[in-house]
Design a protein around this ligand. Structure first.
Ligand code: AMP
Length: 220
């Protein structure tokens, strides 16, 4: 079932986890711009070095860099089976470029999911979040795990993302609030926005997304 979906939500809303599961379940490419940028930083590519200047401060990477990166990615074969965009678009100019790029291939987005969670909740989730430096698995510090502990999946080291420090979290959320209103309006006007309550278990939120998109798991 080919679908092209965007998932919006504040940092810490759980959009990455949900996008990854949707991608696996439905065979869509999970395109996470945050993951792509972090991989570029790790490899030390020119894009990574430039993007890192913004990322460590919790600022948005300039639109032209982001648009080039995403356009190249969406042209790869696996995106032909559908994709779920996680972390892009973050601004209206990015949304417009995405529409015009898809339009050139006579395709359009099938849905835009907006995961709704309060600011207090995401601040709490982000301040408790650790990630595996090797495989990217996310865990929370309230489960008796700490920085430096081994990842249960691959044994890699659990670390706090540099941009999950309290000061940077606050700034990332300000940046998010600044941009999200106009982005939501953009998709509302196009009648493809679907608000999803982001509280509850990961399974609950997943089921709400699947129902909002009117898609059904292969094994259901
Ligand atoms: P994320 O993992 O989605 O929270 O992204 C981490 C960081 O990568 C953000 O705080 C931005 O600095 C940068 N980033 C990711 N996606 C975008 C985007 N679409 N536009 C601009 N910056 C982005």
């Amino acid at each position: 079932m080919v679908r092209r979906v965007v998932i919006l939500g504040a940092p810490g809303s759980g959009k990455g986890t949900q996008a990854s599961r949707l991608g696996k379940e439905f065979g869509w490419a999970h395109v996470s711009t945050g993951d792509m940028l972090r991989a570029a930083v790790k490899r030390g590519t020119p894009l990574g070095l430039e993007a890192n200047e913004y990322m460590i401060k919790g600022e948005l990477v300039p639109d032209d860099l982001m648009i080039g990166l995403v356009m190249d990615r969406l042209n790869q074969n696996d995106c032909g089976n559908g994709f779920i965009l996680d972390g892009f678009p973050r601004t209206v100019p990015q949304a417009e470029k995405l529409d015009s790029m898809l339009g050139r291939s006579q395709i359009q987005l099938d849905g835009v999911i907006n995961i709704d969670v309060s600011t207090e909740e995401v601040v709490m989730r982000l301040s408790q979040r650790l990630v595996c430096a090797n495989c990217g698995t996310i865990v929370t510090t309230d489960k008796n795990v700490n920085t430096g502990d081994p990842c249960i999946h691959c044994g890699g080291r659990l670390v706090r993302r540099k941009d999950d420090e309290p000061e940077t979290i606050r700034h990332r959320l300000e940046v998010y609030e600044r941009e999200i209103r106009s982005l939501i309006q953009y998709y509302e006007e196009r009648r493809i926005l679907k608000d999803v309550d982001g509280y509850g278990s990961m399974d609950d939120v997943y089921k709400r997304i699947v129902s909002a998109l009117e898609i059904y798991p292969v094994n259901a």
